[in-house]
Design a protein around this ligand. Structure first.
Ligand code: ARG
Ligand code: GLU
Length: 663
């Protein structure tokens, strides 16, 4: 008896802490706070999210440009996010004469801060579950309309969690006057370029600085020169003490999209069909754009954001395919499903759901593939070149690149779109003009000229029919959510399947898939085993930048000022003893589960202070949207001390530090 008790005690003590997995809803974080505190968090659930306490951290985090995250770091509306999140804005202010992409940008006064059309940030006012209200007959539209009336420029939406097992209302306050304050040169902010993207060890100073402006009453307002810096309810204090391996970290932000619970069928589709085809299409597109960029300095700037955007997912998909294959995720999912089925066999509520999911998958995969292929090809071509574009000096230089893209993407569409979903206008066009290539060239000539005539009408009809086909597929699948493979029926089946999984697999930590709503993930600073015998340490330093520095290679050619700082060890208060020598910390790894949208998110220490800005994942983590493995998946952040050093020593913009709270 005593022995048994001892054994039990031993088992209990030896029970590992929960794995660092999951993206949790902040309003429900009290359910995790015990685990968080055991791992080194020293604050409360209320400090993270509260609708009564203005000082809760949620009031210092914003959705930036509907796809990234940013955080408040001063009482005067100063925001930090990634360089790649501010990229469009930085590019839009750049010309060959004032090339802020290449040389960086530092507003020397508030008057020099640059407004950005179409760029907004959103604060979460609150979130609340509305499952019962909707079940009780209230329409979603009515709930949203009512919520948006609560405040100035409020925006609301309802998002499903666990495939519709729960519905949540999210209410945001949106600010439309967001100005560019500072950006490092790309040789810092995009150091390593696409070569290092998704890779560790990493040395990118991926940050940029913006400021929110409001009207005199601190309310959201459209851009006006009379607007004043926004006074946030809360901003993050910054820790200057830094991080070391094992330290607690938490990330607070807007992860965009994960699919942790999809069945083996869908993973197989992604690995064998969807990703490889999309990768191939993009390889060709990137070659064409890169050729244009190499031929001319103005073209290099013009296509910079476009190239980076296309290359980012292109590279991620390659890592994803490798990771899913190497880790046998399809087989593992099949075994998991077989085990579930065994349990479900005697439960009528669940015993057919996997079979039905498989049948539905067979119905959905072809139209869904057609949609993806259209999206990657004809859909991505411009309908018109705008009057504004035509006035730009660079316009004439773009002709060869644009024409090549037309020819290439017409061909790819022809090759890859399943026949039964090809639009008839395209099939007719190929016949009329004798070949896909001729057809593409004629259509391009018409759009490029831009004069109204039959050919241009023909092209517009083609573009419209592509949009109509997308809509047709969407209607046929009866769903709005086509970012992932889905249909109305599939979603209903997943609702049941997830409910069943949660009943059956009681050990697993279920969290709702990311859907661009505010989440908390937590873990610690930690390295990982990259390959047999090859351990990757969690911290990189300025010495690593210097080791990569090479004036001959565009992606590794750092500014002279950074070389000088290294030469004179002029690190000021940002210098630290790391890996046995005096240097500046640059990037670090942690076990926080993240995905696209978490870019720019604050990385927070156990005391709620900012220690870094998230910007990427490692190569082995590129599969983590589908299969997160806590033993190898890591997020990558830029160390806040490097950010501050670059602002102070490279940008000579130390005045920005004066408005921050440094600890
Ligand atoms: N991989 C990161 C993300 O998914 C960074 C992308 C920007 N950097 C680049 N070299 N394209 O957004
Ligand atoms: N770089 C990504 C973004 O733009 C975040 C990193 C990731 O996908 O993990 O959101």
């Amino acid at each position: 008896m005593k022995n048994k008790l001892l054994t039990l005690l031993f088992v209990l003590l030896a029970l590992p802490a929960l794995a660092d997995e999951g993206m949790w809803l902040p309003s429900l974080i009290s359910g995790r706070i015990g685990d968080m505190r055991a791992k080194g968090f020293r604050l409360t659930a209320e400090d993270i999210y509260s609708i009564n306490n203005d000082a809760s951290m949620k009031n210092a985090v914003v959705l930036f440009d509907n796809g990234c995250t940013a955080e408040l770091v001063s009482s005067e509306g100063l925001l930090l996010t990634n360089h790649h999140c501010g990229y469009d804005a930085i590019q839009s202010h750049s010309t060959v004469a004032h090339d802020y992409l290449t040389h960086g940008f530092w507003a020397r006064s508030r008057a020099e801060e640059l407004p950005n059309k179409g760029l907004d940030v959103k604060f979460l006012v609150r979130m609340e579950e509305v499952t019962d209200r909707v079940a009780g007959g209230e329409t979603r539209e009515a709930i949203i309309e009512k919520a948006e009336k609560e405040g100035v420029n409020y925006k609301a939406c309802i998002e499903q969690m666990y495939y519709g097992n729960q519905l949540f209302l999210f209410i945001y306050e949106q600010f439309d006057d967001v100005r560019l304050v500072a950006a490092p040169p790309s040789s810092i902010g995009k150091f390593g370029g696409d070569t290092d993207n998704w890779i560790w060890p990493r040395h990118t100073g991926d940050f940029s600085v913006f400021r929110i402006y409001a009207d005199k009453n601190n309310r959201p307002a459209a851009y006006s020169k009379d607007n004043v810096p926004y006074r946030p309810k809360r901003h993050f204090a910054i820790s200057t003490k830094g991080v070391k391996e094992g330290d607690f970290t938490m990330i607070y932000g807007f992860p965009g999209n994960t699919q942790e619970y999809i069945t083996s069928d869908v993973v197989e589709y992604i690995v064998n069909i969807s990703d490889p085809q999309k990768i191939d299409i993009r390889t060709g597109r990137l070659d064409i754009i890169a050729k244009g960029q190499a031929s001319d300095a103005a073209l290099r700037i013009h296509y910079a954001a476009k190239h980076a955007g296309i290359a980012n997912a292109w590279k991620k998909w390659q890592g994803e395919v490798l990771g899913l294959k190497r880790n046998h995720i399809v087989d593992k999912k099949r075994r998991y499903e077989a085990d579930f089925q065994q349990w479900a066999e005697t439960r009528p509520e669940y015993n057919t759901v996997l079979r039905e999911l498989h049948e539905e998958y067979e119905q959905v995969k072809e139209p869904y593939l057609a949609r993806e292929m259209m999206f990657e090809t004809l859909y991505s071509l411009p309908k018109n070149y705008t009057a504004e574009e035509r006035e730009e000096e660079v316009f004439a230089k773009r002709q060869a690149t644009e024409e090549a893209l037309f020819v290439y993407l017409f061909n790819e569409y022809d090759k890859r779109c399943p026949e039964s979903f090809k639009v008839s206008e395209f099939v007719e066009g190929v016949k009329t003009y004798g070949s896909v290539e001729n057809y593409a060239r004629e259509m391009f000539a018409a759009v490029w000229k831009g004069e109204k005539n039959d050919r241009l009408d023909e092209y517009h009809t083609l573009k419209e029919s592509i949009v109509r086909m997308q809509k047709y597929i969407q209607d046929r699948l009866e769903t709005k959510h086509l970012r992932n493979m889905s249909s109305k029926r599939m979603n209903e089946l997943y609702t049941v399947y997830i409910r069943g999984l949660r009943e059956w697999d009681t050990e697993r930590a279920f969290f709702p898939d990311a859907n661009l709503t505010l989440r908390v993930a937590y873990g610690s600073v930690m390295g990982y085993e990259y390959a047999d015998g090859e351990y990757h340490k969690p911290l990189t330093t300025l010495d690593g930048i210097i080791a990569k520095d090479n004036p001959e290679i565009y992606d590794y050619d750092i500014p002279e000022s950074l070389r000088e700082i290294f030469r004179t060890k002029d690190y000021g208060r940002w210098g630290a003893e790391i890996n046995g020598h005096y240097t500046v910390p640059v990037c670090f790894l942690a076990t926080n589960q993240t995905t696209g949208g978490n870019s720019g998110s604050p990385i927070i220490n156990g005391d709620g202070e900012l220690v870094g800005i998230n910007f990427d994942r490692t190569w082995l983590s590129t599969m983590s949207d589908i299969a997160f493995d806590p033993s190898i998946c890591r997020n990558i952040s830029v160390d806040i001390r490097y950010v501050l050093m670059v602002i102070e020593k490279v940008g000579k913009a130390g005045y920005l530090l004066d408005e921050m709270t440094l600890r």
